[in-house]
Every structure is written in C-alpha cells, then in structure tokens.
Design a binder for this molecule. Structure first.
Ligand code: HEC
Ligand code: HEC
Ligand code: HEC
Ligand code: HEC
Ligand code: HEC
Length: 444
C-alpha cells in the first residue's frame, strides 16, 4: 500500500516536473522567436547592397537605420544641423559644425595638412559618403582607400576582385578616390554587418581582419580568423571596429592598415609609427615630420572598464528596444545620451538624471585636461618655429611629433573621455610631460 502511494506521488511529481520543463522550453523558444524573426519575404542576393531591398524583409530595423539622418546635439557629442547655401563645388544644404572655426588651435597643430582646411563634427551614418565626397580635404587628391569606411563596400570589393574580397580590397585602394567612388552607391548598409543568408553578424573589412589578426598574435593567438573565432559579444564590437579606429595608408598600394601589432594603446601605435619612420606630413611651421591620429574609438574603449566588463559598442549605441511584443536591436546608431533609458539603465539602476550627471562629470574633466594640453602644445609649436636654428632642433621636432600624436589621439576620440576616462587622462599627461621636456631643451 505504502509503496503504491509513493509510486503515485513519484509519478505525479515526475509529470509535473516534465510539464514545467516543457513550459519553460516553450517560453524560451517563444522568446527567441520574438527576438529573431528571420523570415525572408523576399530573397536577398549575396551582393545586395541596397538597404531598401533588405528593408522589405526587416522593416523595423530599416526604419531605424534611416533615422541616422537626425542631427541632435548633446553636451559634447551628437551634431548640429548647420544650414549652408549649396554651390557648384558642394551641393550640401546642411552640414555639421565647423570645428576649425570653433577652435583655431587646430589650424596651428595641422599646419600644412588637409585637415587645416576642413574639419567638422561627425554626424550620422546616412551622411558618410556625401561628407567624404564634398570635404575640402579632397582638394589634395585622395586615394580610393578612403572609401573603405565611408560606404557599403562589400559588394563593390567582391565585384572588383571577381569574387575574391581581398583582391577587390587592394584594387579599390589603388584607384584614385573619385574612380573608386563610382563603384559604391550607399553609406554603410545591411550587407556590411550581416550575412544575408541567416542575418548573422560578420566582418567584411579586410583591413580589420588583418589588424585584429596581428593584435591577437601579440596575445599568443595565431592565425586568428575573426569571422570564425570571435564570440557573438565580440562581434557586437568588431562590426563597429571595422571603421572606428586609427589607421594609415601603407606603401605604394595605399593599403588601409591598422597599426596594432604592438598593442592598442596610443603609445603602442606611436612606437609602431616611430619604428617604421612613418609620417603623415611635414609640419609647415616647424618642419617636424608629424602624424595625424584618427577616431580611435575601438582602441580607447578597449582600455576602459566597460570593455573589461564585456560590454559591447552595440549594448550602448544600438540597445534593444520593444516594438509591440518583439524585441529588436535599435538600428538608429547615435549618441547613447539620447537614449540613456535603454542604453545604460539596463545595467545601471539609477535615474536618467544621475546617469547624465556621471557622464558630464567625466566629459567636463576630459575637456579641461585637453584644453590645458592643447594650449601647451600650440605654444610649444610656436617656440619650435621660432628656434629653427637651435642646435637641438631635431630633438625638439621629434618631441612635437610624439606629443602631438598623443594629444590628437585623445582629441580625435569621439566620446570626450567617456570610453576610458583614466586612459585618456594618462595619454594627455604623457603628452604634457613630453612638451615639458621640449621646453627644457629650449632653455639649454
Ligand atoms: C558603456 C557604453 C558605451 C560603450 C560600450 C561604447 N560607447 Fe561610444 N559613447 C558612449 C557615450 C556615453 C558617448 C558620449 C556621447 C555624447 O557625448 O553625446 C559615446 C560616444 C561615441 C561616439 C561619438 C558619438 C557622438 O554622438 O558624438 C562614437 C563614434 C562612439 N561612441 C563609438 C563607439 C564605438 C565604436 C564603441 C565600441 C568600440 C563604443 N562607442 C562603445 C557610450 C558607449
Ligand atoms: C578606417 C576607417 C576610415 C577611413 C579609411 C577614412 N575614414 Fe573618414 N571617418 C571615419 C570615421 C569612423 C569617421 C567619424 C568619426 C570622426 O569624424 O572622428 C570619419 C569621418 C570623416 C569625415 C567627417 C568629419 C570630418 O573630419 O570633417 C570626413 C570628411 C572624412 N571622414 C573624410 C575622410 C577622407 C578624405 C578619408 C581618406 C583620406 C577618410 N575619411 C578615410 C572612418 C574612416
Ligand atoms: C563602414 C564604416 C563604419 C562602420 C561599420 C560603423 N561606422 Fe559609425 N561612423 C562612420 C562614419 C564615416 C561616421 C561619420 C559620418 C559623417 O560624419 O558623415 C560615423 C558616425 C558614427 C556616430 C556619430 C553619429 C552622430 O549622430 O553623431 C556614431 C555614434 C557611430 N558612428 C557609432 C558606430 C557604431 C556603434 C557602429 C557599430 C554598430 C558603427 N558606428 C559602425 C563609419 C562607420
Ligand atoms: C553597423 C552594423 C550593422 C548594420 C549596417 C546593420 N545592422 Fe542589423 N544588426 C547589427 C547588430 C550588431 C545586431 C545585433 C546582433 C546580435 O546581437 O547578435 C543586428 C541585428 C539585426 C537583426 C536581428 C534582429 C534584431 O533586431 O536584433 C536584423 C533582422 C537586422 N539586424 C537587420 C538589419 C537590416 C535590415 C539592416 C539594413 C537596413 C541592418 N541590419 C544593418 C548591426 C548592423
Ligand atoms: C551591459 C551592461 C552595461 C551597460 C549597457 C552600461 N554599463 Fe556602465 N558599467 C557596467 C559595468 C559592469 C561597470 C563596472 C562596474 C563595476 O565593476 O563595479 C560599469 C561602470 C560604469 C561607470 C564607472 C566607470 C569607471 O571608470 O569607473 C560609469 C560612469 C558607467 N558605467 C556609465 C554608463 C553609462 C552612462 C552607460 C550608458 C551609455 C552605461 N554605463 C552602460 C555595465 C554597463
């Protein structure tokens, strides 16, 4: 009797447990379904670079993607829509702020370089191609390499290389800019981040594949193949790191190269350039052989607490959002300060006001530090200019080169210190220390 009762209770418990498991599995499955509705209404060709065609299948993502035309200013980021009268050279009627007008010190730092002619606040992805075509920096004759990060290039490269992405990459780099531009039609598009077959994330930029391979080698990982070996969370950063990085054009082929074989810190890259004797241009006022740092968002972020905690670019810049019952990734890529509720509060359980206050606290201090170093740098450049016959001039020029690169590295990074506050402060301090040593030489 007793054994029969135990058996019935046992059986009942078993049934309950199994139904619970089945229910949980069902809920989980529904959750996954509601997150990924990968139903292709219309097949997408393997070289389809028109986002509107993808948009037929994924209207929510497409709708948000189109919103990157918005120009909204934040305390230090975002951008402002500045009206201009179109002319024969430049048909744009709206541009972003002219940073050279806002701060004349840039003109001294970049004397003799195209950047001293035109440098604006960056704005949304929708503008990347037209802003590059019409910048006055084109006046000096740029190579096709520029296109890599300013357009949907995957299918252009595949076509130029007869199905070989790498071959197409080299062919595109070598063309003069306006020849290269004939091969592209759209700003960064769905195909640059997604595989049309299953919508999985992928890296499509050979320069990043090569750059991350050299960086991983430094960490003892050989033959790193990003598309095979990166985790999903890493891909949520690497798709952005295809473009938001420091770069240079290598050799006659003008090959787009990311200088990461010594590491991702500003000083590692400076050492890389110094070892190979690379220069971007000769400074007009001082004749120093100098470098231009470019938007090192990925490298700077990599030194910060969020990267160390496994938070990706996408977590903050493309947070999840709800559309009806489904959860999607927000394809309106912009400043997280315009959506802190979704960008930050998923992890930080504090009010929006408090979050903004924390960001302001970091950015205000970063600005104050940059201002101090910029003044010191510009004053040093003028002294080097006025002491061209000084016996230590070579050393003084080298100091300008190094200090200027380190300062510019923090200046060109677009988070105004947020991505890695301590690291940005360290690099600025290093720059200031070099300037101090240069001033000492002058007094000798
Ligand atoms: C923890 C959140 C977080 C992560 C992770 C993060 N960012 Fe940011 N990012 C910010 C904040 C906050 C700002 C400052 C925005 C502002 O000032 O309006 C910013 C600014 C930027 C800007 C300038 C935006 C503007 O509107 O001026 C760019 C570009 C950018 N980040 C790219 C990246 C890339 C690329 C990565 C990954 C390599 C990344 N971010 C990782 C939070 C983040
Ligand atoms: C490795 C990728 C990459 C390459 C190569 C590249 N850019 Fe950019 N460019 C970016 C990113 C990312 C931004 C936005 C962040 C910023 O402006 O700091 C940008 C912004 C710009 C802007 C708008 C802001 C400004 O500086 O006025 C212009 C214009 C521009 N690039 C022109 C060029 C030209 C010309 C070349 C070739 C000499 C070039 N880019 C090559 C990634 C790249
Ligand atoms: C193909 C290269 C490329 C890729 C990939 C790319 N970006 Fe950009 N991004 C740019 C360029 C170029 C600009 C500046 C466009 C301009 O000023 O005309 C820019 C601008 C931005 C801005 C400024 C927007 C604003 O409103 O001011 C943010 C933020 C940003 N990118 C974040 C990201 C994030 C996050 C990712 C990854 C999900 C990413 N980008 C992927 C090239 C790229
Ligand atoms: C700069 C890179 C980038 C571009 C360009 C881009 N996406 Fe995405 N997309 C992402 C990322 C990152 C995710 C999140 C994937 C993950 O977490 O695994 C995503 C997710 C998706 C998903 C899965 C569902 C979801 O919302 O999470 C769909 C569908 C999608 N994107 C469609 C599109 C379409 C359509 C376009 C073009 C209009 C596009 N994407 C352009 C980066 C991009
Ligand atoms: C996916 C989770 C996640 C998201 C999204 C996120 N954070 Fe964080 N944040 C963290 C973690 C984890 C830490 C480290 C905290 C620790 O370990 O004590 C951190 C630390 C910080 C810190 C302290 C930084 C320092 O140097 O000590 C600030 C400030 C911060 N976050 C602000 C933000 C803001 C603003 C956003 C939105 C733009 C944001 N976070 C988005 C997880 C996140």
């Amino acid at each position: 009797m007793k054994t029969k009762k135990t058996l019935i209770i046992g059986l009942a418990s078993f049934v309950t447990i199994v139904s619970c498991i089945l229910l949980i599995l069902n809920i989980f499955e529904r959750k996954v379904e509601s997150k990924y509705q990968i139903v292709h209404l219309k097949p997408i060709g393997p070289l389809e670079d028109d986002p509107a065609v993808w948009g037929v299948n994924f209207p929510y993502q497409y709708e948000d993607y189109l919103k990157s035309v918005d120009q909204v200013r934040t305390r230090y980021g975002g951008s402002e829509a500045i009206q201009r009268v179109p002319d024969g050279d430049d048909p744009r009627s709206v541009v972003a702020q002219d940073k050279l007008k806002l701060d004349k010190r840039f003109i001294t730092m970049w004397s003799g370089y195209a950047f001293s002619k035109d440098f604006r606040e960056e704005r949304g992805h929708a503008y990347m191609l037209e802003d590059q075509i019409h910048t006055k920096r084109q006046k000096v004759g740029q190579p096709g390499t520029c296109i890599n990060c300013h357009a949907s290039t995957y299918s252009a490269m595949m076509k130029l290389g007869d199905g070989d992405l790498n071959k197409g990459f080299h062919a595109l780099n070598k063309l003069p800019y306006f020849e290269a531009a004939k091969n592209v039609k759209h700003p960064v598009s769905c195909i640059d981040c997604h595989n049309p077959k299953d919508m999985s994330l992928r890296v499509t930029r050979p320069a990043f594949m090569e750059g991350i391979k050299t960086f991983k080698k430094l960490q003892g990982i050989h033959d790193y193949d990003v598309n095979k070996m990166a985790s999903r969370q890493e891909m949520r950063t690497y798709t952005c790191a295809q473009c938001h990085v420091e770069y240079y054009f290598k050799g006659e082929g003008k090959t787009l190269t990311y200088p990461w074989s010594k590491g991702l810190k500003a000083d590692d890259m400076l050492e890389y350039y110094n070892e190979m004797g690379f220069k971007d241009w000769t400074h007009k006022l001082t004749k120093a052989e100098v470098l231009k740092a470019q938007h090192p968002e990925f490298e700077t972020y990599s030194q910060g607490i969020h990267a160390k905690s496994g938070v990706s670019c996408v977590d903050c810049h493309m947070p999840y959002k709800k559309v009806g019952a489904i959860k999607i990734t927000d394809h309106h890529v912009n400043s997280p300060m315009l959506k802190t509720n979704r960008s930050c509060r998923t992890c930080h359980n504090i009010s929006e006001d408090k979050l903004l206050e924390r960001v302001n606290n970091i950015q205000d201090k970063n600005h104050e530090m940059k201002d101090i170093v910029f003044d010191a740098l510009v004053s040093y450049i003028k002294k080097v200019e006025n002491n061209s016959n000084h016996p230590k001039i070579k050393k003084m020029q080298k100091i300008q080169r190094d200090a200027q690169f380190l300062f510019d590295f923090v200046e060109a990074e677009n988070s105004n210190g947020f991505h890695a506050p301590q690291e940005s402060a360290r690099v600025l301090l290093k720059s200031l220390n070099l300037i101090r040593k240069g001033e000492e030489l002058l007094q000798k």
